[in-house]
Structure formats: structure tokens, C-alpha cells
Ligand binder design. Structure first.
Ligand SMILES: [Ca+2]
Length: 242
């Protein structure tokens, strides 16, 4: 060891290996889910490897499907599979309440695999305060080949057009949404390797009596009278996002 080097040796030069000073890099090498975007502090992870699905599921008809699936996964041996009924605008949904401290910038990341073609794939952050809901949603619209957000009027609007994910190639695509619950505005979105500045966009607001809380949701919606499906894996929720 060179003179003057601390004896724990983190930065010491070795002949055959390199030392690691970056804890996030170390976590990634050990198989962490958190590799796409390391900003924010992780408060919840789900890789759907547990024996049961600890999410609230279903759109209410009872005929849609939300289940753990061993047929395909982004990591590990399971993912969350969802399938709608064969009615236009029907959706399959998985929702999870997240207990976090208020007034933060929150992030939601997930990877999804398209199973249907004429469908919409959404990741959502819903904020409740007892009298109002605010909804932030990032959508991949496979019908129009657009990435969209739910705007302040409650309608989906394009962030970018001409995003046609390859057909017939069952890759898991990464999506991340960051919102600010102090200003009730979007911050940014990441989709398929590109980051989008969404900071001019306010969240949609509506009346709601749901007690103060935050929910995250994953959803697939069919655009025609035919079933649509998706698999989701590697869900990450963060707070203290920059
Ligand atoms: Ca998994």
C-alpha cells in the first residue's frame, strides 16, 4: 500500500482488480433493480418474486386478470401479468398504497412488456388529501405510437410522437415518472432511454374522499373489442427526487 493511503484501502491501486468507491455501482453489480435512473431515495421495490401478489387488483368486473406469471420476467422468475376483458376501454389494474412522508418529489419506475398491440400502457402516481385527488400518469399509446401524460384537464396529451416499439419482440421497456407533490406538477418522464422535461405540466385534480395517501398503479387498457395484456416487472418508488 502506498504511503499516505488510508488503511481501509478503498482507493488503493491493485494489480488485478479495481476497488469500488461508488455504492450504487456496487449495488448494481450485486443485482439491484435500481440501474436505469439512480436519482432519488428508494422507498419501495417489487420484483414480483414473492409467492403472493401484494397489490390491490382489478377494475371491478372480476373478469380481468392480474396475477404473478412464471412465463416471462425482466429479472428473476416471475412478473406481474395483466389482461383486460374484450371490451373497448376495459382495463386491468394493479394498485399499491405507499406510506411515505408528505411534500416530496416522488418517482415511479417500472418495466413493461407488451402483450397486446392495440392497447395503452400506464404507470400512475395518485395523491389524495381527503378532499381532492391529483393524478399523474405516463402512458405509452401503442395505437398512435405516442408517449403521453394525463394533463391538468384530465385528458391524455402527447409528450412525444412517433415512438413505435418493435412489434413481435417481447422486450421489457423501462418507464419512469417523477412528480412534485409540493407544487402538484410533473417533473420529468423517462421512456425507452429518453428523458422528457414535464415541469410545465400541472397534475389533474378531482374531488375525492380518500384519506391522505399516495398510490401507485400499473394499468393496461384495450383500445378495441379484444383483450389486451401486459407484463410488468421491477417496480421502484423513490422520494427526494431532484
Ligand atoms: Ca421479477
Amino acid at each position: 500500500m502506498p504511503r499516505g493511503q488510508a488503511d481501509f484501502g478503498m482507493y488503493a491501486v491493485k494489480e488485478t482488480v479495481g476497488s469500488l468507491a461508488d455504492m450504487a455501482e456496487l449495488a448494481a453489480r450485486l443485482g439491484s433493480l435500481v440501474t436505469l435512473d439512480r436519482r432519488g431515495d428508494v422507498v419501495f421495490l417489487d420484483d414480483f418474486e414473492a409467492p403472493i401478489l401484494n397489490w390491490t387488483t382489478g377494475e371491478g368486473t372480476g373478469a380481468d386478470i392480474e396475477r404473478l406469471d412464471p412465463d416471462n420476467a425482466y429479472m428473476g422468475s416471475q412478473s406481474l401479468a395483466m389482461e383486460t376483458i374484450a371490451t373497448t376501454d376495459a382495463f386491468a389494474l394493479a394498485e399499491r398504497r405507499i406510506q411515505v412522508t408528505p411534500d416530496q418529489r416522488y418517482g415511479l419506475e417500472a418495466r413493461f412488456q407488451r402483450v397486446g398491440i392495440t392497447a395503452y400502457y400506464d404507470i400512475c402516481i395518485w395523491i389524495y388529501d381527503g378532499t381532492h385527488s391529483r393524478k399523474a400518469e405516463l402512458r405509452y399509446d401503442r395505437v398512435n405510437n405516442e408517449v403521453q401524460i394525463l394533463d391538468s384537464t384530465g385528458n391524455f396529451k402527447a409528450v412525444v410522437t412517433g415512438i413505435k416499439l418493435p412489434h413481435g419482440y417481447f422486450e421489457f421497456w423501462p418507464a419512469k415518472l417523477v412528480i412534485d407533490s409540493k407544487t402538484m406538477k410533473y417533473v420529468r418522464g423517462i421512456f425507452a432511454g429518453v428523458e422528457y422535461d414535464l415541469s410545465d405540466e400541472a397534475l389533474a385534480e378531482d374531488d375525492s374522499v380518500i384519506l391522505p395517501s399516495i398510490s401507485i398503479a400499473l394499468r393496461v387498457t384495450t383500445a378495441i373489442d379484444f383483450t389486451a395484456g401486459a407484463r410488468f416487472d421491477n417496480v421502484i418508488v423513490t422520494q427526494n427526487e431532484p
